[in-house]
Design a binder for this molecule. Sequence first.
Ligand code: ADP
Length: 468
Amino acid sequence: MSFRARMTLLYTSLVGGILLLFGVVIYQLISNTLIDQVDDILAQTAQEIVDNTQVNALGELVIPASPNLDLATNVYIQVWSRDRVLRSISANIRSLEQPLDINNLNAVQPVFDDSIIGNAHLRVFSVPLTISSRSIGTLQVAASLALVDATQKQLLTTMIIGVVISMTIAGLAVSITTYRSLAPLGSVTETALQITRADDLSRRIPYRGPADDEIGQLILAFNQTLSRLENLFNTQRRFVADVGHELRTPLTVIKGNATLLRRMGCADDEALDSIENEVDRLTRMVSDLLLLAQAESGKLSLDIRCVELDELLLEVLKQTKVLTQGRIKCSLGDFDQVQVCGDRDRLKQVLLNLVGNAIKYTPNGGEIVVGLGKMNDQAQLTVTDNGPGIPEEELPHIFERFYRTEKARTRSRDGKGYGLGLSIAYWITRNHGGHIDVESKIGEGTTFTVWLPVKTNGCEQSPEMFNE
Ligand code: ADP
């Protein structure tokens, strides 16, 4: 059964049940009140008759004639002697010879009961008449229940119609509301099925309702999940393509050189060097992948100590100058003395990756400036170049695994890049409780800023800080 049908059934039954319960209580209350009113009249009448009834010297009943009694006109009276002889009867039932209530003709105590005579539904009060505790007859006073029955019938009809109408309205209201509220879920299901069938993660669920209601929130979350999945899927696809590409070149070189060596039948230094270089490249890639996997999962083992960032930066600058061999100008910008808690080798790796990129993407004659400062208890390491810059639309992706800009794919000069450098830098920094910012302008250059918490006390490793 569908959710909509279940909700409709539940609410309709609930409304029906409540109204029915309420109806039964009202019906019972009104019925009891009406019957009580009739019983009061009967009891009063009976009392009046009993008060006026006498016994003569022979021990016989002397009953006042009915008209002498101040009786309600719709009250019927019979007085029966002990030997079941009708001794008196009210004028309005003169022709009736049978007892008003045959079951209680010998009642030993006053009793109210219902009785049917012909088509008439009567309420009968039977009162035993006694003299000195001796029973001498029975007085039966009755009134018609036609009015009570009619009222009850009317009440019942009104209630049944009311309950049916209320249940129908409740059912329709719930059904329409549920249909309207759940209609967007239909598109969620449809889109999910389309994605599965067409293997197309670029689809999103359209929703025109308010974004802050439950369904809007669900669809927003679902669409965000789809975007994330699409990103991951694309990254994964790129990963396979990139790894395939990265592996093919060194493997081809190794294979070519191995074949050459076999043909030559002797060791050739150039071929062996080439094989060694390619194996080094493959080894580097595999270690980078392992390092990244550890850093991403927060399982990177860090040797936390006090690190003098100024010393570290000067060391990196010296290495950079060696690497660029004057091809690119390397200089020191703002400089301060800052200490942080961290793993010196890993932090050096972050800087080397950023400076390495600057060298890789800045053309000959360009300039790289590194700097160190402090702002609000945060160390600020900067690496600026005046290279080609990164397109704005690519900036949000450059820290993703295996992400390489289109330009980098086709132009990387040394063939060393495979889109892991920035991911590794990002995750190492995160593992140190910091983060990396990037600013770039096409044609003007790029600045990477690494923010790290400045050392305040000792350098005991705090899990909150390093295992984000
Ligand atoms: P790669 O091995 O391709 O350098 P990275 O993860 O280090 O991988 O960098 C990701 C991408 O970011 C690079 O492919 C490049 O397009 C871009 N990038 C990084 N640093 C710079 C820079 N200094 N100037 C221009 N582009 C850069």
